[in-house]
Design a protein around this ligand. Structure first.
Ligand SMILES: Nc1ncnc2c1ncn2[C@@H]1O[C@H](COP(=O)(O)OP(=O)(O)OP(=O)(O)O)[C@@H](O)[C@H]1O
Length: 265
């Protein structure tokens, strides 16, 4: 069964040319979809459409068999968690209190989180070896720490579909490896994951489907073999790229086709 269906979706900001036209794809339980494309092409905008935060010009989105526009924000939050790119909240909440807000959709009005919610937050903080940050104000964390806590916020919500906007942009290589491993593990247990990234290697490591934003307002969704080719990626990013197979890792890598030779300019 599809958890999320996007059918012929088009979007334009008021008075502007369309960002994307007639995008269609389905996400089932346990699937990973990596969205790739240049700066400003519309990746975050598509994610905001999936959240119902901005209305499409045409087309429709179905979440857990119900049209998205018939679901309340609370109902959407039961199915879908969103980790935005601009999570840098000037929040004075402690890390633990900030993470507890992820459970809001499951609490009654004015009900405060209890031991079950606190244990869930502690579980994820410990899993990421961040338990000592629990009492620190979220706003005082480093950029990478804030990004990790924002991702944990999405996990604490325990959604069926986890949507993340450039979740690895501020993370060191060790944390990126940890996150890619975790995403594969939770996808194997049934959570669907949609994320954006600027590194095709993230897609190669994650496996799953790819959504490639082209420069003509299209988003092509399909297999890595079909879409993450040297020719297609070079055309999308408008710079020479080299896609080569790494036999020792059993996967492809995409590198900028720049050498260390001195420029002759
Ligand atoms: N609220 C808005 N009103 C008008 N235009 C907007 C708004 N938000 C974004 N845009 C424009 O829509 C286009 C797509 O922006 P979006 O943030 O979706 O791109 P992106 O692919 O996520 O970019 P990046 O990789 O740089 O994060 C950009 O040209 C941006 O300037």
């Amino acid at each position: 069964m599809n958890l999320l269906s996007v059918n012929q979706l088009s979007f334009a900001y008021p008075g502007q040319v369309p960002i994307f036209k007639r995008v269609s794809f389905n996400i089932r339980a346990g699937e990973i979809l990596t969205l790739l494309g240049p700066n400003g092409v519309g990746k975050s905008t598509l994610l905001r459409c999936l959240l119902g935060l901005v209305p499409p010009a045409s087309g429709n989105i179905t979440l857990a068999s119900t049209p998205l526009d018939r679901l309340s924000r609370r109902e959407i939050a039961h199915h879908l968690a969103y980790v935005p790119q601009d999570y840098h909240a000037a929040s004075t909440l402690s890390v633990q209190d900030y993470l507890l807000t992820a459970r809001a959709a499951y609490l009654r009005p004015f009900q405060t989180p209890g031991p079950t919610e606190i244990a869930l937050v502690q579980h994820y903080l410990q899993r990421f070896r961040l338990a000592d940050l629990a009492t620190i104000p979220f706003a005082s964390l480093s950029g990478g720490q804030q990004q990790l806590i924002a991702i944990i916020h999405g996990l604490v919500q325990q959604p069926r579909v986890l949507v993340l906007d450039e979740p690895m942009a501020a993370l060191d290589l060790g944390r990126q490896a940890e996150l890619i491993t975790l995403f594969k593990k939770i996808a194997a247990k049934g959570m669907a994951i949609i994320l954006t990234t600027h590194l095709p290697d993230h897609a190669f490591m994650l496996g799953g489907q790819v959504g490639l934003f082209t420069n003509d307002q299209q988003v092509v969704v399909g297999s890595q073999d079909a879409l993450l080719t040297q020719e297609k990626l070079t055309a999308v990013y408008q710079t020479p790229l080299s896609v080569v197979y790494l036999p020792q890792l059993g996967r492809y890598t995409c590198q900028l086709a720049l050498s260390t030779n001195k420029s002759t300019d």
